[in-house]
Ligand binder design. Structure first.
Ligand code: BGP
Length: 480
């Protein structure tokens, strides 16, 4: 047992994180409409589809499987799952609301009562155990109708539809939810617009004008959500959510250092600067010029963004990224979703994601130095293949090692003076992977008997990490 000297603050928000489309299942139950992940195939083809040019947003059951449709059936089993989270001592549980459960097409005027009632029951169940919900308003999903009819967030009209959606949420759950965040990993739209921006690239050029126009619409929508949240629930906090990859230069050649800096500005800071500082960063103007991007804004947009910045910065951290200017295919690391070359100092997960706990301390310092706002790590963890032993145990020491090193890094960052308010490891219960659409890439403290071929009885089992994390929470991060 390792003793960590640095104390986590009193009231630190320990918990776990999930997203609606990766756990709920019940994809057509309770009046829900289809959304983007409902039409994303599972299996090896998934990542390809996410990056593909010209994805058609249709179901092709004759060709593909769709594991999200049942997922882990949280829709029917949430009571059992929440009881397990409570047993681990969770203070918070991060989940997302599915827009198409509340507005099946995304733009109706009257919400679907059955969808609203479902989340009421989930929040009530959490409160029974004094677990505070942390709610992502939009986690990698857009109602399919809005994708087909409007081209997703390329259309300005989504701002008004989103405003109606969040107004319903804030009014309905104002006594039940005090932590909100707007768009999950908003900056991932730079690489995979299907996930967050709700449209597929039709030609390489779409990575510029349509993508940045869609971002602008999300920034306006997010600022409006911040404004409404503060008006309707004055004691709530609302954050942005970015995927953060500290970006190292492959060597000390200034050309490579500059290249890494430019990549980092665009990927790590562009969205955060708008949502946290309330203005477009100066560096983006040159990028727009060089890529022929001309942003269309409406009167009042920039003031709205300026006046309604977020209360805290939520981010996901899985890995770092190493870059150099003239890289060949041989240098490029295969597993990392967001580019990069292989870092000789790091080991990688079975999916090639480079494991770098020090990178988390670096990230926390960089984000805090830049923004001086409370930070919340809302995703972190190791995707791995777990083995159920004959006696039913699951000895996931590799996951414990990963989390221990990352929690130590958090302690070091707190010692550095960073204000960190909470930690919700990703996939606290096994769920469908976003990039592979499979079950076998598991993150959980709780094992779910469900497999890539769709078999399994959905039984829940506690892994070794379950007991370890329970003790971490009980000792407020001191016994690792
Ligand atoms: C983040 C997403 C999550 C999640 C996680 C792990 O990018 O916000 O939805 O899935 O990554 O990724 P994966 O499931 O691909 O291993």
């Amino acid at each position: 047992m390792n003793e960590l000297k640095k104390r986590f603050p009193e009231g630190f928000l320990w918990g776990g994180a999930t997203a609606a489309n990766q756990i709920e299942g019940g994809y057509l139950e309770g009046g829900k409409g289809l959304n983007t992940p409902d039409v994303l195939p599972g299996g090896k083809v998934r990542l390809q589809v996410l990056k593909d040019i010209g994805f058609d947003f249709e179901l092709h059951p004759e060709k593909y499987t769709y594991p999200n449709h049942e997922a882990i059936d949280f829709y029917n089993r949430y009571k059992e799952d929440i009881a397990l989270f409570a047993e681990m001592g969770f203070k918070v549980f991060r989940l997302s609301i599915s827009w198409s459960r509340i507005f099946p097409k995304g733009n109706e005027t009257v919400p679907n009562e059955e969808g609203l009632a479902f989340y009421d029951s989930v929040f009530d169940e959490l409160h029974k155990y004094n677990i505070e919900p942390v709610v992502t308003i939009s986690h990698y999903e857009t109602p399919l109708y809005l994708v087909k009819e409007y081209g997703g967030w390329r259309s300005r009209e989504l701002v008004a539809f989103f405003e109606r959606y969040v107004t319903v949420l804030f009014n309905r759950y104002k006594h039940k939810v005090k932590y909100w965040m707007t768009f999950n990993e908003i900056n991932s739209g730079l690489e995979m617009p299907i996930n967050g921006l709700g449209f597929a690239i039709q030609e390489e050029n779409d990575r510029y004008q349509p993508t940045f126009q869609a971002f602008h619409h999300q920034f306006v929508a997010s600022a409006r959500a911040v404004q409404l949240c503060h008006e309707i629930i004055p004691d709530a906090q609302i954050g942005c959510m970015i995927v953060y990859l500290p970006t190292y230069a492959g060597d000390c050649n200034p050309e490579n250092v500059l290249y890494a800096l430019k990549e980092e500005q665009l990927f790590n800071y562009f969205c955060g600067d708008v949502q946290v500082r309330g203005e477009y960063p100066t560096f983006i103007k040159r990028y727009w010029r060089e890529h022929g991007i001309k942003l269309e804004t409406q009167e009042g947009d920039l003031e709205l963004i300026k006046e309604n910045t977020v209360d805290y910065i939520a981010f996901s951290y899985y890995m770092s990224r190493t870059e150099k200017k003239d890289k060949t295919d041989k240098d490029v690391i295969s597993g990392n979703i967001i580019g990069g070359i292989k870092n000789p100092f790091l080991k990688a997960s079975e999916w090639g994601w480079e494991i770098d706990p020090i990178g988390l301390q670096i990230s926390l310092n960089q984000l805090y130095d830049r923004y001086k706002k409370p930070l919340f790590i809302v995703e972190n963890g190791l995707g791995a293949i777990d083995k159920v032993e004959e006696d039913g145990t699951i000895n996931d020491d590799y996951r414990i090692d990963y989390l221990r090193e990352h929690i130590k890094a958090m302690g070091e960052a707190i010692e550095d003076g960073v204000e960190l308010i909470g930690y919700t490891p990703w996939g606290c219960i096994d769920l469908i992977s976003a990039s592979t659409g499979e079950m076998s890439k598991r993150y959980g403290f709780i094992y779910v008997d469900k497999h890539d071929d769709g078999s399994g009885i959905l039984e829940r089992k506690k892994k070794k990490s379950f007991f370890w994390y329970k003790n971490v929470i009980a000792t407020n991060g001191e016994k690792l």
